[in-house]
Write a protein that binds this ligand. Structure first.
Ligand SMILES: [Zn+2]
Length: 137
């Protein structure tokens, strides 16, 4: 959080040491607070929340990884996984050094997490329909 907010934030969040036996962090935050991020955006620091899962984030991931999204139409296969397909534009960009392979790894993790946490129950059984979703462009 302190890294995201940058050195100009008024009050840095307190941080604690790690547990020696497993090198995991200790909970240090004791109250909720909102922090401006250098370069735009906000982060809420809130105690007691260990994990925030990504779900239904396909559009955000496409935007965040625009350099990958823009290469996709150049792939030979429209359902390319950017893994082992011949003629893959994304793998080509990695091989050419124009795409950071770490970015592709992060993209892959987020897509997998988003799709595994995005329930089909938001369809008709959940009371809403997918028709509204397809209207968004
Ligand atoms: Zn491809």
């Amino acid at each position: 959080m302190n890294t995201l907010a940058g050195p100009t934030q008024e009050l840095a969040q307190q941080t604690g040491g790690i547990r020696e036996h497993d090198a995991k962090g200790r909970h240090t935050t004791t109250s909720r607070s909102l922090h401006a991020i250098a370069g735009g955006g906000w982060v809420i620091d809130t105690p007691g929340m260990r994990t925030l899962h990504v779900s239904d984030a396909a559009f955000g991931i496409e935007t965040l990884f625009a350099e990958i999204t823009e290469l996709a139409p150049l792939c030979r296969f429209s359902d390319c996984t950017y893994a082992n397909e011949p003629g893959c534009a994304v793998q080509g960009a990695v091989a050419a050094g124009t795409l950071d392979p770490e970015r592709l790894t992060r993209w892959r993790k987020l897509v997998e997490e988003s799709s595994s946490n995005t329930s089909d129950r938001s369809g008709p059984r959940g009371g809403s329909t997918t028709a509204g979703r397809s209207k968004k462009r």
